[in-house]
Write a protein that binds this ligand. Structure first.
Ligand code: CTP
Length: 401
């Protein structure tokens, strides 16, 4: 388990997002971490120490001047006897205290006293996040070496309010913790990688588009696996509903042409892995206005034109990465078609999979692939998409070192 033997001191401060901390405790524990919670007075207005303690299965610390707690551990030991201090949610108020070195309750005192890495997951109203004072505090904290996850864009608890300010989801926070505490070997340190992922959406008019069933799971997992081995990864993602992986720079695009531009903008690079299910065609001239249905009219004929082949462009580019890897989504003759793609696209390796509907691979969590290269074919059977990603990242590291 990624966090086994790791001890996280989780500080919960007083925002509505505190309810998500309950799920966060579960996510950290299922990764093997020990979680010791500290709650501010504000946090206790939103969730109870009883609920937090029931999930963490440890004592919940709430008071700075608690004779019992000070006798048992003391706030200084609390601050030091952990591998990481995580603040989730981090309110504007607690961030301001941290930036100014204030220590007037247990949470802020622990944060001032700790010599461990600190990760904060801010959560606040978008106006508070944009306030000049908050921006100043964030800049100070970043230069002090505090790590951030989020906040994210989306709906706020307040009716009708939206913008940047939502706390990152529990899974994203748990991944960020894993990333920060990861002490595994980094064979790809100093190497750069580009990964494409997800589908592309090719507009027909402002409300309609051509798409496919790609979920982005495989591409995102590969980006995360390369980052785990130390590579500096840029993920160029089409529209997906899964979160951006931790430790990776993600560029969001819609159309194939945007994806190509984003990829070319990142050359030179040591590694490029093309996992995206790029739409082969786009509508030749998409309509600026919504196409209306007129009584008696025949359905509109869509004139299609070919999209740029991003893998082929990069495979033959003057700044071609040392290692270019493509995927081949096939429904028949997987190996032969994969081999043909290796040649045609100028790739070093093709990861070929059978995406016939009965395999459940497209959009599913599992995969079985054939790795096709000049040196032959290797079959990886019935693995999770994460396992495929980890094996591929290890193979890339082997090829480059
Ligand atoms: N690819 C790409 N740009 C495109 C089409 C495909 O970069 N416009 C990449 C995909 O990311 C994948 C590989 O090319 O790595 C093969 O994609 P696939 O859809 O299997 O192949 P196609 O070239 O579209 O061939 P066909 O549809 O005939 O199988």
């Amino acid at each position: 388990m990624a966090l086994s033997n790791k001890h996280i001191l989780l500080i919960i401060s007083g925002g509505i997002a505190a309810y998500k901390s309950l799920d966060l405790i579960r996510r950290l524990k299922e990764r093997g971490a020990k979680v010791t919670p500290v709650m501010t007075r504000g946090a206790q207005e939103f969730v109870t120490p009883l609920a937090v303690g029931a999930l963490s299965a440890t004592h919940v610390f709430t008071e700075l001047f608690s004779r019992q707690d000070e006798q048992d551990v003391g706030h200084i030991r609390l601050a030091r006897d952990c591998d990481l201090v995580l603040v989730a949610p981090a309110t504007a108020d607690l961030l301001a205290k941290m930036a100014n070195g204030m220590a007037d309750d247990l949470a802020s005192t622990v944060l001032l006293a700790t010599d461990r890495p600190v990760l904060v997951a801010p959560a606040m109203n978008p106006k508070m996040w944009e306030a000049k004072a908050t921006k100043r505090n964030i800049a100070t904290l970043k230069s002090d070496g505090i790590a951030f996850i989020g906040p994210m864009a989306g709906e706020m608890a307040e009716k009708g309010e939206a913008g940047v300010g939502r706390m990152a989801e529990a899974l994203q926070i748990a991944e960020a913790v894993e990333h920060l505490l990861d002490d595994a070997p980094k064979p790809l340190k100093g190497k750069t990688a580009i990964v494409t992922s997800g589908p592309t959406h090719e507009p027909i008019d402002p409300v309609r588009y051509i798409a496919n069933r790609s979920s982005g799971q495989q591409g995102h997992a590969i980006a995360a696996a390369l980052a785990k081995l130390g590579a500096e990864v840029t993920l160029v993602s089409g529209p997906v509903t899964i979160p951006d992986p931790a430790g990776v720079t993600t560029i969001h695009v819609e159309r194939a042409e945007e994806m190509r531009d984003a990829v070319l903008g990142k050359l030179p690079s040591d590694i490029a892995v093309f996992v995206a299910a790029v739409a082969d065609w786009r509508v030749a001239s998409s309509s600026e206005q919504k196409i209306k249905k007129q009584p008696g009219d025949a359905p509109p004929a869509l004139q299609l034109t070919e999209n740029p082949d991003i893998l082929k462009t990069v495979g033959h580019h003057e700044k071609r990465p040392r290692l270019v890897i493509g995927f081949a989504a096939e429904t028949q003759n997987v190996e032969d078609n994969g081999r043909a793609k290796l040649q045609r696209k100028g790739a070093d390796m093709i990861v070929a999979n059978d995406v016939s509907p009965e395999t459940g691979i497209m959009g599913g969590a599992r995969n079985q692939v054939k790795i096709i290269s000049a040196s032959g074919v290797d079959a990886w059977l019935d693995l999770s998409k994460t396992e495929v990603a980890e094996r591929l990242a290890a193979l890339i590291a082997e090829r480059l070192t």
